[in-house]
Write a protein that binds this ligand. Sequence first.
Ligand SMILES: Nc1ncnc2c1ncn2[C@@H]1O[C@H](COP(=O)(O)OP(=O)(O)OP(=O)(O)O)[C@@H](O)[C@H]1O
Ligand SMILES: Nc1ncnc2c1ncn2[C@@H]1O[C@H](COP(=O)(O)OP(=O)(O)OP(=O)(O)O)[C@@H](O)[C@H]1O
Ligand SMILES: [Mg+2]
Ligand SMILES: [Mg+2]
Lengths: 255, 255
Amino acid sequence: MGYTICIGNQKGGVGKTTTAINLAAAFAVAEKKTLLIDIDPQSHATIGMGIRKLSGKKTLYNGLTGEAGINEIILQDMLPSLDMIPAHINLVAIEANRVRQTGGETLLSNLLSQLHGQYDYIIIDSPPSINLLTINAITAADSLLIPLQCEFFAVEGLTRFLKVFEVFEKFLNHHIKILGILITMFCSNENINRMIAEDIKNRLGDWVLKTIIPRDIHLQEAALHGRPLLFRDIKSIGAQSYFDLAKELISLADH
Amino acid sequence: MGYTICIGNQKGGVGKTTTAINLAAAFAVAEKKTLLIDIDPQSHATIGMGIRKLSGKKTLYNGLTGEAGINEIILQDMLPSLDMIPAHINLVAIEANRVRQTGGETLLSNLLSQLHGQYDYIIIDSPPSINLLTINAITAADSLLIPLQCEFFAVEGLTRFLKVFEVFEKFLNHHIKILGILITMFCSNENINRMIAEDIKNRLGDWVLKTIIPRDIHLQEAALHGRPLLFRDIKSIGAQSYFDLAKELISLADH
Ligand SMILES: Nc1ncnc2c1ncn2[C@@H]1O[C@H](COP(=O)(O)OP(=O)(O)OP(=O)(O)O)[C@@H](O)[C@H]1O
Ligand SMILES: Nc1ncnc2c1ncn2[C@@H]1O[C@H](COP(=O)(O)OP(=O)(O)OP(=O)(O)O)[C@@H](O)[C@H]1O
Ligand SMILES: [Mg+2]
Ligand SMILES: [Mg+2]
């Protein structure tokens, strides 16, 4: 099975989905066979990849409940070297069904065990909360990438997220590495951004990735058009920064 | 009981907490006796009001479980005319406990029935998800205020949020009014912002509030200092826009 990265942070709006889509695209451009999985019922990674009409089709929910095998829910060649497993609002039922039986933390990792090494990288976009879907994403992953906006509430929540994370490890008896903290939507001309970025580097130095994603309106526009920015405008600063991130992570994974 | 407004949207990072804190402050400045309630385990409204050390103190969780009466958990006179019920990370247990027993959607409205009309307005900040805590906030409220950032994913999720909302009404047998959609973090010089704002007004015209909250870095800085912007710099555009919002809502509620 390929190197599996969960993109997670319970703070909302920090760039999880934007990172999942654009990092997956960057691995694909680097000719790494990549699978993007959307486990957020909001389905924003699915929409951001231009997938609209899903009614009647099988999606991640059907794979998690065992109604469908993994090959029935993979959308092949969304882009060269990039496949996808789309989300649907029905994923909320995974959470609700839990009321009737405990367990269910490893539904996704069981599903992914049906793969036979056809991917180099697997990227999972998760929702802004610590619920059963996020737990599934974390237990299925080798490591966790934490997008972080340099704003007060997001940083405030980070230390708690890391603590909750340690509790998970014991409870789920699954060791998952923190791949790193990715600074996103960075505006170098805003004092508060620079101040908070310095503070994070001082406090969490080793965990902060070297690549910083700047604020680039083209990333938003690309989502509107349902195509990752690297496949729309490869020279844009947003696209280049995600390409740099992929190179940094590829060299990290090799060690 | 005062007019109760739930600030809700399952999309993350759209300005729910910023709106809850600053709207509560605006009502207080307008000399309306106001109670701010934080039902998000992230506790950002609590932190944004400068409340740090809570260990050992009773918070919203204790009120919801019945261990404490409402008067034991209200922090009086945080600011003139502004009281608060703080959140704590232990609120996640409300969600987890649900696994053992069904129901629990009206814990907050039961708690608020202990009040005897001492507030003109009650504002509830909710988490970025549709879970039991958010359901509690909705069932306890008279109306829902939906902050919306003019960006693609947030607008995409809005139509679904409104649909889920209708399902709630039937399931919970509780009618809750949509007070309005509040455009937040608006940058008039960004094309995509203006384009999306036009689109929302065309599609959802009557629901879109007249007041628009511009992007103002001072709103972020105020959170860092634990004091609402109206109580730090009343002339700033961020503070003034929330004051305009309070005036618009007061006149709406009177009709
Ligand atoms: N580097 C960037 N530059 C400009 N805009 C960005 C950038 N990264 C993300 N955005 C925009 O910010 C908004 C929030 O990002 P996104 O939806 O990816 O966050 P999220 O963490 O996935 O949110 P949620 O918590 O709801 O899942 C989106 O409109 C997105 O297009
Ligand atoms: N009008 C504004 N101008 C500038 N910054 C803003 C504005 N409104 C909110 N922000 C900033 O944007 C970030 C997200 O806002 P906030 O945390 O209030 O959103 P939220 O919807 O409560 O997030 P969550 O979904 O995690 O609860 C915060 O750093 C906040 O300070
Ligand atoms: Mg997302
Ligand atoms: Mg919030």
